[in-house]
Design a protein around this ligand. Structure first.
Ligand SMILES: [Zn+2]
Length: 69
C-alpha cells in the first residue's frame, strides 16, 4: 500500500511531494505493485493510523519529520 502527500519544508518553506510504500493491512486481498514516482520518504514509526515520516526536502535537503494520517 502506498501513502503520499505534500509537505511544506520546515526550513525553506517550499512545497515538495513525497510518497512511501507501507505494509498492506491484513485485510487487503491482493498485493499490488506500486509505482514509485515521487521522492521516497522513510516511515520511522506507525502509531495506529498515524505514520511518523522522515523525508529530505527536494529543494534544500533539510530533514523534515512529521506525522501523516
Ligand atoms: Zn527545504
Amino acid at each position: 500500500m502506498r501513502i503520499d502527500g505534500k509537505r511544506k519544508c520546515s526550513d525553506c518553506s517550499k512545497e515538495f511531494e513525497w510518497m512511501s510504500i507501507v505494509a498492506q493491512p491484513a485485510s487487503a486481498p491482493i498485493y499490488t505493485v506500486e509505482t514509485i514516482d515521487k521522492p521516497q520518504a522513510r516511515i520511522v514509526e506507525k502509531r495506529g493510523d498515524t505514520y511518523l515520516v522522515n523525508i529530505f526536502c527536494s529543494h534544500c535537503k533539510q530533514l523534515n519529520a512529521f506525522e501523516h494520517k
